[in-house]
Design a protein. Sequence first.
Lengths: 394, 563, 332
Amino acid sequence: MSDRAPEVAETPKSSSAPPPAADHGHAHDDHGHDDHGDHDPIHAANPHLAHHFDTPQQQFDAGKLGIWLFLLTEVLFFAGLFCAYTVYRAMRPEVFVYAHYFLDTRLGAINTCVLLVSSLTAAWAVRNAQLGQHALLKLNIVITICCAFGFLGIKYVEYHHKFEDGLLPGPRFAPTEQVWELPSFKAKHPEAAEYAERLVKRAEKLEGSKQGAAVPAPAVLGGAAPTSSTVAGNPPAAASAAATGSAPLAPGAVVEAKPELPHGTTTSAGTSPAETAPEKTLLSETTQNGEGRPTLEQVEPLIAAGVIGPKAENRDVPSRPRNAHVFFSVYFFMTGLHGIHVAVGIGVWIWMLLKAMKNEFGPNYFGPIDYTALYWHLVDLIWIYLFPLLYLIH
Amino acid sequence: MASPSTTADVVATPSSSDSDNYLTHDKGIASWLLTLDHKRIGVMYLASVLTAFALGGTFALILRTELLTPGKTIIEHDTYNQMFTMHGAIMVFLVIIPGIPAALGNIALPLQLGAKDVAFPKLNLASYYLWVLGAVCMLTSLVTSAADTGWTFYAPYSTTTQTNVIPAAMGAFILGFSSIFTGLNFIVTIHKLRPPGMGWFRMPLFTWALYSTALIQVLATPVIGITLLMMMVERTLHIGIFDPTLGGDPVLFQHFFWFYSHPAVYIMVVPGFGVIGDIIPVFSRKRIFGYKFIAVSSLAIAFLGFLVWGHHMFVAGQSLLAGSIFSAITFLIAIPTAIKVFNWITTMYKGRIHLDTPMLYALAFLWVFTIGGLTGVFLAVMSVDVHLHDTYFVVAHFHYVMMGGAITALLGGIHYWWPKAFGRMYNEKLGRIGAVTVFVGLNVTFFPQFILGSRGMPRRYYNYLPEFQPLHQLSTFGAYMLGVGFLMTAVYLIQSLRKKPDAPANPWGSRTLEWTISSPPPYYNFHTPPTVTRGPYDDYEDLVYDPKIKGYVEKKSGRAASA
Amino acid sequence: MTMVSPLLLLQPATNLPKFPESDEFWMPLDASVTAHDTDWLYMFMVWGSVIFAVAIFAAMFYFVRVYRAKSREANEHAEPSSEHNTTLEITWSVIPMFIVVALFVWGFQGFVSLRTPPKGALEIQATGQKWKWLFDYPHGTEDALHVPVNVPVRVVIHSVDVLHSLYLPNFRVKMDAVPGRYTDLWFQATKVGDFPIFCAEYCGTSHSDMLSHVIVHAPGDYEKWLAEQKKKLEDIPLPELGKLLYQKQGCSTCHTIDGTRLIGPTWKGMFGRTEKFTDGKSLAVDENYIRESILDPQAKVVDTYPPSMPTYQGKLSDRQLSGIIEYIKSLK
């Protein structure tokens, strides 16, 4: 480890020249923290060497350790968000499946490439600094900055689309399009998309025929009536907890726990079919119209995305999963925080560019470029994790 | 290797009243506000932290006065709730966490390493200004509608209450960065700026403690940062992370919060261990017993501290399995902590003990921390914790370790390094009276609270059942005693600054490097790093007391001390 | 600091719970089957701590006395002694380790028993809300926890707003009330009597007033009491029913009946009064408005009052709602 103090026998890292006796009278000098370097040859020869370091190597090593520690804190900072992501994805996978259809994977992939290129130029810039290649250094810094701006630009476009489409965090979440209407969904699951459309039309017909009377909620796929209260104050999530079977509640709730399979087993073990059999469900409407039971391809993607089934917000008609907004909360928080770090990185790179334009860097002094590039690599690395976690959910 | 290099610089005459030092070197307010000198930054931190302590302490006195009667005494429900919140937030974030590292560490660490400064002086100043900014944010909350969530900000109360939570949380967030930067600075300083001959096991225990603390600061603080950020975003944008009506999970907040806040209590107390570890050998004129064990136990405590956060959540709805793991590991932490206490006491065995003020504080620490630590064991026992959780037993426990541990050590360290930092000795008699008053006050205030808690008195209660009144009154009486003790201490310390500098380089006869230079030190500390040839607590016999200067000098050379 | 909410009245003194007399020093009277284990373990630690602490303090005082230096001028040196002793270090690590392992095991076992309600335990639902505990029985809701003696009782707990914690000190049990989730605790009372209930998780302004009682009935009395309560609610005239519910459902925490302003508007003179709401509209208070405010309190919030009322949807029968309405009408 280069940080071990050398044993006594070695030459100390300090300058070999003994401090001049005249130093005592130097009170009036402000060698406070300026590097006048008139004490010893090492400081004189290295204008960038701070007064409290003895050699440029020591200064560089200290800076290196410092930036690595800082990056460690950044990792821990983001780790909290990744943890929240993990917890919510484990608790509500359907929300994540549902939401990812709304993201533009293409733009995400382009951004990934942009950042990777910028990481390359950043690393190259370090090499340029080490070799004293001033022109190339400046060029690489400029390209890095441009890529960073490009990243932010594409992010802006993505965010803009989301705002337009009503995909906002929290209670402002109000998507203008249904998930099965999205091209991304249609491309992957054409039968499911079509089936969802059909169910919507049937629900509208049913509504119309009942002339606005309070519908006793015939569930899409059978099952008991929904819980009577969703007014804030009763534990609404308890209903979902019941649906996932995780809380010891009244038996009536258990009926909702299992999603109905389309093959006709309308009852799961032990649950009473009495609540399901006599009701006119959309499902039975379908079959009565002689179209046959829906297939797995039609139903499964919709259930996985919480559009229909026990996790859906609305039992009567295809909709979206409960608490779908949580995904977008996590999405905006994580990408937003990452974007802020990109912006800060741009600021630091500009500062480096200004210094590079004065040809300050060279084989004897390239620490700041090295540290900035390290920071930049971390920003890139965080995006490499974010991209699949948010955009490539299957 | 020929003679050590720097000690030639040390002026043999210890009085620095006419020679230049870091306090007198540059004049003017700008030279202080824009200083990069770690000693000046440390002094500014010291003044700031103690001011915050006075504010938090005033709140404590008001709270305890309110608790003199079971019903309303002097303030309303809401004021009480806001006050205990701000008392906790100020004490935790503005006083104890920065406390010893930022104030004493900044002054002493580079000196103990024979260095000219910390690794990143500008970052150090930035740390200080972040502290100031964090303090301003907290004060903003205080003077508007002060947060009333408790310093723990539990959701969903914190995400729905109408009080001004955001500035308080933002303040804590910013203070987190101040803490991170201090820790980062110290880690690099200790790794890279040690002098020749000072291997890891020749570092003073204070340095070891600061190192372990810095590791925790760097690793744990970002998590509270993101937690507070999430809480603030939840409050403003209602994103649904912690609030169940929005699809969130309140217990998740507790996990995130305590993941930082448990290691945070080790940030608070481990530096205290370091101060005690430096004081006891000096005032026993004897090498510390079990140096390696003490040094490594700080690291062990730092590491284990990350694995026990769930012991705050045994009744929060956590699973049995998780709870049992947290409980088991919590017990483990007791072991390295106990080792320290045993080793410190054994150091005194066959020593020659001088009961100056720093030593009185160290002994007080041993007493108060033992009680505090033992009562932590009660809380680690799962079944007993069910009864004691969220009662005054917990309040008593953490005040014993935080007030009794961290604050007592801070005061001990202040008294120990005061002559070095300011070149003046305080009035020793008043120092001893202050130490005894604080010690007695501590015990009278907080011991009755153990009994209150085990008898069922919950915490954060504005009103209480009449049967608890006598113990509350006793506790309040102790609080006033504490207030008097602190006030007295502040007065004689400030008084001492008005004298001419009269402190020798080495009044206590210590062997660590900071005592080899003048009191106060020159602005540059050391021209070149001294070469270290001995451990930090070795060869007290080679020092002899010179009554003329009231300090110790080398027997052979007559110098203050050498490496 | 500004105040958040208007002046609060204290709980009427007659309703304050009280600890039964006990000659214990540390603990309140133990009244449950599991209290004994908790208390035993607690006292084991008290004595263990005393021994440990006394040993440490004795060593400290002894060394200070015996090894006290005369003065600095005397330049006394420490006597030679070893500076490290690995055997000693290991000894005083291992012995405490055995002790803490034992403590962990006992604590864990005790905890498991506290978390494992016996089969067939009597179940009672507890709801925490700012700032009242409500308990559900077959006949309806009460504001105190009534249980029979010597019968295991499992309390299923949840909160309708923020975190609370149900704490029964005499039974040594506690469990957080978490919104959006159900938690539970169980106990078996061994003594007949009236014991305090506290809220043990800070929940705002009146956290310290969120008190209640555990009333442990003698054998046979519990069923009698249940029957009595049922009869009460069925027979009594509506306004009287409303008055009863005013206390038992927690309305009294926020609404007065004498004209004083509390967290919510006073019921005195409310019926027929024209109220103005936070959205600017106003209307005269009638039966429909009262019903709506109970079932969907956020629908119309009276101006200058906080929107903190929880809903009673699903908790009150139609007759009970009518009772409250009639009671309010009677408060001119």
